[in-house]
Design a protein around this ligand. Structure first.
Ligand SMILES: Cc1ncc(COP(=O)(O)O)c(C=O)c1O
Length: 365
C-alpha cells in the first residue's frame, strides 16, 4: 500500500517537469507560446472534434459557451439540481434563469423526462452534466433539444475520456466544456476547454477569450470580450497530462472494478450506474447506502483510518442564492446527497490502497 490514500489529488511528475522547464527556458510563460495551440490541437484530435479553445477554467468555459450562444436575460436554462455549483453560476452571470430538474436515481444524471416537463417558451438551453464522469442519456437529451430547438452545452468537466455510443462526452452538444482543475481527470493546475464542431463559433470564442481583440487593427476591440486565456505554462502541463490520459482512465476503471468486486455484494450499498451505452470516466467512484447510515460519522471514521472520502455535492438549490429556484422536491438529488459517498479515486493510489479502503468500509458499516 502507498503511504497515503488520495481522494482526487492530481498526478503530476517527471514528464510535467520536463514540459514546464521547456516552457520556462523558452521564456514563453504567459498567454503567448507554442504549447497553447498545440494543447488545443491535441485535445480536439483526441475527441475527434473540429476545434478546441483553451480557457482559464471550466466555469469560464460554461460562461463563454452561454455568452457565445447569446443566452441572456429572459431566457431559461435547464440544469440538474445535483451538480457542482459551477455548472449553474454562469447561467446567472449571463442574466438568465436556471430551471432545476431532478436526476435519475440510478445514474445520478439529469433525467430527460424531467427536462421535457420543464420546457417553457422561454427555455433556450440545457446544460447536461456528466456527473462524476458518468455520461448522460445523450440520445434522449439531443432528441428533446432538436424537438424544442434548444441549445445543448455539455458540462464535461468531470468526464474527459468518457463515452456514449462510442463518442466522447463533450462532442454531442452545440458546445462542450471541460475543466482541468487539480482534481480533474487531467490538470493544468487550473484551466478548461471549450470544444465544438462549428468552426465559426469556435473562432469567435477564441477571439472573445482574448478581450475581443481584432488583431488586424492593433488595440481595437469590436466587441466586449474577456481575459480568459490559458497560459503557455498551463498548456505545457496539459500536454504532458494528455500523454498520460489513457493510463489515468485505465487506472480509474480498475479502481471502480475493485470497489464493485469488494463492495458490490453488500445489500445496503448501491453504486452509481452507467446507462446501457455509456462508459464512465469513473472520475470519482461513488456509492449510496440504502439504509440510514450517518454518512458524516462514517466519513469521520474513515478519516481516522487515513481514508479521505467525500460527501456527494449538496443539491445546488440548497445554497442561499438558489433557494428561490427550488420549485420541486428533487427527491433523488437530495437522497443521493444525504446517503451518498465518494471514494478515493485519485490515480496516485495503488490497487492495494483501494482494497484497504474496501476492508475498512466493510468493517465500519
Ligand atoms: C461538474 C463541474 N462543472 C464545472 C466545474 C468548474 O470547473 P473549474 O473548477 O475548472 O472552474 C467543475 C469543477 O470544478 C465541476 O465539477
Amino acid at each position: 500500500m502507498c503511504k497515503q490514500i488520495y481522494l482526487d489529488a492530481p498526478n503530476v511528475g517527471e514528464l510535467e517537469k520536463k514540459y514546464l522547464i521547456k516552457a520556462v527556458d523558452s521564456d514563453y510563460v504567459s498567454t503567448i507560446g507554442p504549447y497553447v495551440p498545440e494543447f488545443e490541437d491535441i485535445f480536439a484530435c483526441y475527441l475527434g472534434i473540429n476545434r478546441a479553445v483553451s480557457i482559464q477554467s471550466g466555469t469560464g468555459a460554461i460562461h463563454i459557451a452561454l455568452h457565445e450562444l447569446k443566452v441572456s436575460r429572459g431566457d431559461e436554462v435547464i440544469v440538474p439540481c445535483l451538480t457542482f455549483v459551477a455548472s449553474v453560476n454562469p447561467v446567472i452571470y449571463v442574466g438568465a434563469k436556471p430551471v432545476f430538474v431532478d436526476v435519475d436515481d440510478r445514474t445520478w444524471n439529469i433525467d430527460p423526462k424531467e427536462i421535457e416537463k420543464s420546457i417553457t417558451k422561454r427555455t433556450k438551453a440545457i446544460i447536461p452534466v456528466h456527473f462524476y464522469g458518468n455520461p448522460c442519456n445523450m440520445d434522449e437529451i439531443m432528441r428533446i433539444a432538436k424537438k424544442y430547438n434548444l441549445y445543448v452545452i455539455e458540462d464535461a468537466a468531470e468526464s474527459l475520456g468518457a463515452r456514449y455510443r462510442d463518442r466522447y462526452t463533450g462532442t454531442f452538444g452545440d458546445l462542450g466544456c471541460f475543466s482541468f482543475n487539480g482534481n480533474k481527470i487531467i490538470t493544468t493546475g487550473g484551466g478548461g476547454m471549450v470544444v465544438g464542431n462549428n468552426a465559426d463559433r469556435l473562432k469567435h470564442i477564441k477571439f472573445l477569450v482574448n478581450q475581443g481583440q481584432d488583431k488586424t487593427k492593433g488595440y481595437y476591440y469590436p466587441e466586449i470580450g474577456f481575459n480568459y486565456r490559458m497560459t503557455n505554462i498551463e498548456a505545457a502541463l496539459g500536454l504532458a497530462q494528455m500523454e498520460k490520459l489513457d493510463n489515468f482512465l485505465t487506472k480509474k476503471k480498475t479502481f471502480n472494478k475493485i470497489y464493485r468486486e469488494e463492495l458490490g455484494d453488500i445489500d445496503i450499498i448501491r453504486f452509481q450506474e452507467e446507462y446501457q451505452n455509456a462508459k464512465s470516466s469513473w472520475w470519482l467512484t461513488s456509492i449510496i447506502f440504502d439504509k440510514d447510515i450517518d454518512i458524516s460519522a462514517l466519513q469521520k471514521r474513515l478519516k481516522e483510518k487515513g481514508i479521505p472520502a467525500r460527501r456527494v455535492f449538496m443539491p445546488v438549490t440548497e445554497s442561499a442564492p438558489y433557494r428561490q429556484y427550488k420549485q420541486a422536491d428533487f427527491g433523488n438529488s437530495y437522497q443521493i446527497y444525504e446517503k451518498g459517498l465518494c471514494l478515493p479515486s485519485s490515480t496516485l493510489n495503488s490497487e492495494d490502497n483501494i482494497y484497504y479502503v474496501c476492508r475498512i468500509i466493510k468493517e465500519s458499516i
